[in-house]
Design a protein around this ligand. Structure first.
Ligand code: BEZ
Length: 247
């Protein structure tokens, strides 16, 4: 499945705005070499590069990488490059000082392979700093999507428990030094739940026509009235933030 990177960039700014504190936790240093795994349209990759690090943004989706490259061309941003690569199969030419990932790893169901690649790509002493959807993430929306579609076999997401993900990283040879699972109710902005469903929920309705889509959105919205608060839609995000080192 391919993304609409232009719509993503226009309507999903909350994804990278919430990731800014993760860049602080990463604390990139001038001269470091880093990977932004699942970089999307590159806004956080650029924030990391602004602090003086050399950053490669990787994403499995070609349209995301094309948009990121158009936003931040290497001719103007010489310490930024973008490449298509799968989080469960990437293999950089040199080991790096740190791997950063925001709001991406819940799309990577081959989590053990991703953990192995992350571990192999880090220098000794290198760090992995990530945040993504953890156990219970968007559970209200997910339940409504499954009820309206009548399908419980189409969930594309991996929302692990804190202990399970920590064990997976440890099994790949990393030492977990910080892990936190927390609620982060997320306002969905002007495009609301309808915009979120158009971007992320269509996978639950593989055979639907455009004409039926409005009815589907209405049906999902009717099932989750508790997410509409003070005139805006707020998604029930739960984040897993994790920091690990390669010994
Ligand atoms: C998330 O960032 O938690 C998320 C985004 C889209 C679909 C599912 C989860």
């Amino acid at each position: 499945m391919s993304w609409n990177a232009s719509d993503y960039q226009s309507h999903c700014g909350y994804v990278w705005q919430h990731g800014e504190s993760l860049v602080d936790q990463l604390a990139p240093q001038p001269g470091e070499c880093l990977i932004d795994l699942g970089c999307g349209t590159g806004q956080l990759t650029q924030q990391i590069a602004k602090r003086g690090a050399m950053v490669t943004g990787l994403d499995s989706d070609r349209t995301m990488i094309d948009q990121a490259t158009a936003n931040y061309p290497n001719s103007t941003f010489p310490n930024l490059t973008f490449q298509v690569a799968d989080a469960a199969r990437f293999n950089p030419p040199q080991p790096v000082d740190a791997i950063f990932s925001n709001a991406a790893l819940h799309w990577v169901t081959a989590a053990e392979s991703a953990a192995q690649c992350i571990s192999a790509a880090l220098k000794p002493g290198g760090r992995f700093v990530a945040e993504f959807g953890g156990a219970g993430n968007v559970s209200t929306i997910l339940t409504a999507l499954q009820q309206v579609s009548g399908r419980d076999d189409l969930n594309p997401w991996y929302f692990p428990r804190l202990g399970a993900y920590s064990m997976l990283l440890e099994a790949a040879g990393l030492s977990v030094v910080f892990a936190h699972l927390f609620d982060r109710p997320t306002p969905l902005g002007e495009s609301g739940l309808a915009g979120w469903l158009a971007m992320f929920g269509q996978r639950f309705f593989p055979e639907i026509t455009a004409a039926d889509w409005t009815q589907i959105v209405n049906a999902v919205e009717r099932k989750v009235p508790e997410l509409y608060q003070n005139g805006e839609w707020i998604a029930d995000y739960k984040r897993l933030r994790i920091v690990a080192f390669k010994p």
